[in-house]
Design a binder for this molecule. Structure first.
Ligand code: UGA
Length: 436
């Protein structure tokens, strides 16, 4: 089939290449010229495991191309909307300007044979509004939210947990059309839920709200554990055994960041207020607050430990918002590193993949190209992201004057670090002092 994807960020770029890989002739469209030039030359503009290879294969294979011209979507039978919906400056609401601009730009190029498939995360009510906007062209709209996780984007696109289709009343023709696009996924027996527009839109934001709540729940338990000398990791292990609760997303630490969960829970609250259900999501305000307090706690612990030394040097290991990504949007460890730097500490930082993105956002921060270099003159080491490079580190072989490690993600083998001579400070767990 002939497909177009509008928006070539994490979602759209991966979606374009994935659709080409299952045999569709696909064009990815974005207004960002340097990004499109990179993609067209087969190079990924961001780090995502497996994406580089997939992109190289597909751009070389003749089915995938990229363009900055919305007219390139003309003739496509299905056009995916995959543009960003960032937080509006000065408000919690989602900024829909890119979604609206994308649809406007398509109007001259679509007709009754076109199906537009919305994948962007939008406030409930957006699909119905966009359907009205395109109605005069005869094109149809289906809302198909995306649940991919960064770090697993390729896998999640080609082998998702579920497909959700939000359709206008009785629009089975659009369902059949999208089924044809996704036939290789559907053949695997993937769950497919067909519903209306508002439910499909809500599935996406409520899933993210649930995940954010789960993380803040365990982080609230970490706060209590710190007060009473309990251990939040053992607590998570114990409650997580209960299938009704489940152990996943109960990892306590510096909290959630990235381009999705923080802005999505805020936009969801803003939308709830607009539709007269503000009270229903009031708890998400608290979820956000718990989350931001964990960053404060991470900063305070690093500052406290560094203040106990004469040189106050902190090495921050891990700057991306999660492992296997170079994304530093709303990243807790990068925030902490920047704040430590701004408040007079001597900070050296390192990340396996997010060095360039971190330098771009915080040019003043001293980001080193190797872990060894970052810790070579540090008094305190803060683990900010649970990259395997840090988890698998042999602390006894580290050449560093640091005598303290702060485990910001509760990811280290604490006894191992203590045995290597480190005081181990954790969030929500007792401090391990160096063995006498
Ligand atoms: C999230 C959702 O998990 C995806 O399903 C969704 O499609 C995506 O947002 C989106 O809306 O596009 P992602 O932002 O890639 O995906 O990252 P997550 O794996 O959800 O992690 C988010 C943050 O929570 C990270 O900072 C991570 O370190 C933190 N986290 C995660 C914890 O602090 N504890 C945990 O137990 C799990």
């Amino acid at each position: 089939m002939k497909l177009a994807v509008i928006g070539c960020g994490y979602l759209g770029a991966v979606h374009s290449a994935a659709m080409a890989s299952v045999g569709h002739e696909t064009v990815g469209i974005d207004i960002d010229e340097p990004r499109i030039a990179l993609l067209a030359s087969g190079k990924a503009p961001f780090y995502e495991p497996g994406f580089d290879e997939l992109l190289r294969e597909q751009t070389g294979g003749g089915l995938l191309r990229f363009s900055t011209d919305p007219a390139a979507a003309a003739g496509a039978s299905v056009i995916f909307l995959a543009v960003g919906t960032p937080q509006t400056e000065g408000s919690n609401a989602a900024d829909l300007r890119y979604v609206d601009a994308a649809v406007e730009s398509l109007l001259p190029h679509i007709d009754a044979n076109t199906l537009i498939v919305g994948k962007s995360t939008v406030p409930v009510g957006t699909a119905a509004r966009l359907a009205e906007k395109i109605a005069h062209t005869g094109a149809k709209l289906l809302w198909n939210p995306e649940f991919l996780r960064e770090g697993f984007a390729v896998q999640d696109t080609l082998d998702p947990d579920r497909l959700v289709y939000g359709i206008a009343d009785g629009d089975t023709a659009s369902v059949e059309k999208l089924d044809d696009v996704y036939s290789s996924i559907i053949e695997k027996g993937t769950a497919r839920i067909i519903t209306d527009y508002p439910t499909a839109e809500l599935v996406k934001v409520s899933a993210n709200a649930f995940l954010a709540t789960k993380i803040s729940f365990i982080n609230a338990m970490a706060e209590i554990a710190e007060q009473v000398g309990a251990d939040v990791t053992e607590l998570a292990d114990a409650i997580g055994v209960d299938n009704r609760i489940g152990r996943r997303f109960l990892n306590s630490g510096l909290g959630f960041g990235g381009g999705c969960l923080p802005k999505d829970i805020r936009a969801f609250q803003a939308r709830a207020i607009e539709v007269g259900a503000g009270e229903s999501l009031r708890f998400l305000e608290e979820v956000d607050r718990v989350n931001l307090r964990r960053r404060e706690r991470g900063y305070d612990l690093a500052a406290r430990e560094a203040d106990a030394t004469s040189t106050k040097r902190v090495a921050v290991l891990g700057l991306s918002f999660k492992p296997n990504s170079d994304d530093v949007r709303d990243s807790a460890p990068l925030d902490i590193a920047a704040r430590l730097h701004a408040t007079g500490y001597s900070v050296t930082a390192y990340d396996p993949k997010a060095r360039e993105t971190a330098r771009r956002l915080h040019p003043g921060l001293d980001v080193r190209d190797s872990l060894a270099d970052a810790v070579a003159q540090a008094d305190v080491i803060l683990i900010g992201t649970e990259w395997s490079e840090f988890r698998e580190l042999d602390p006894s072989s580290l050449e560093t004057p640091a005598a303290v490690v702060i485990d910001g993600r509760n990811t280290l083998d604490r006894e191992h670090w203590r045995a290597a001579g480190f005081k181990v400070v954790s969030l929500g767990r007792r401090t391990l002092e160096v063995e006498a």
